[in-house]
Design a protein around this ligand. Structure first.
Ligand code: IMP
Ligand code: MG
Length: 185
């Protein structure tokens, strides 16, 4: 399906199917334990909402909160400076924590946030992303649960934005060939 300069990469049904599989894997690992899920705003809000509902059937007791992280830059290029704007008030000491983000790209965001969370002494910290762009990594980082591995292309939808647009799309699209260049400043 074409939406102007957008090309669908993962339709809604494919995303939902993969989330169901991820929930099963997560439930296997954390079975019988309370799990604190921490999502990174803003990109993870839709993924986390669907993942949490997919986890419901496994009856894991969940606590859910969000942290706000900013990575300055514009359009499709980040400046590489990541800052934690809002931390969680939840007690993390001796808790099992799942850190959730929309996409793992350079690795800076998850590296920084994981380092911070480890200072809170959780008994276990795992990371979960819907998308992984390993070819764009600048800091070595591997997520424990990955929905889809994608090439180094800019994607939008399902929480992911281009200048705060497209987050509401229930599917994920990439910018059609050449558009990435056109929007880089
Ligand atoms: P990292 O710190 O470079 O790993 O990037 C993580 C953040 O960059 C994500 O949480 C996204 O907000 C943003 N990001 C990276 N790649 C994309 C993309 O293709 N589309 C939209 N946002 C992206
Ligand atoms: Mg983000």
């Amino acid at each position: 399906m074409q939406h102007g300069r957008l090309k669908t990469l993962f339709p809604e049904s494919v995303i939902q199917g993969r989330i169901a599989e991820m929930a099963w894997s997560i439930a296997e690992i954390f079975r019988g334990n309370e799990l604190v899920i921490l999502g990174l705003l803003r990109g993870s809000f839709i993924f986390l909402a669907d993942l949490a509902r997919a986890l419901h059937k496994y009856q894991l007791p969940l606590k859910i909160d969000f942290m706000m992280v900013s990575s300055y830059g514009s359009d499709t290029r980040s400046s590489g400076v990541v800052e934690i704007e809002n931390k969680t008030d939840l007690e993390l000491k001796d808790q099992k924590v799942l850190l959730v983000d929309d996409i793992l790209d350079s690795g800076r965001t998850l590296h920084l946030v994981s380092e911070y969370l480890l200072t809170q002494n959780p008994s276990c910290l795992r990371t979960c992303v819907l998308l992984d762009k390993p070819s764009h990594r600048e800091i070595p980082f591997q997520a424990d649960f990955v929905g889809f591995t994608i090439p180094n292309t800019f994607v939008v939808g399902y929480g992911l934005d281009l200048n705060n647009r497209y987050r509401e799309m229930p599917y994920i699209s990439c910018l059609a060939d050449g558009e990435g260049e056109a929007v880089q400043k």
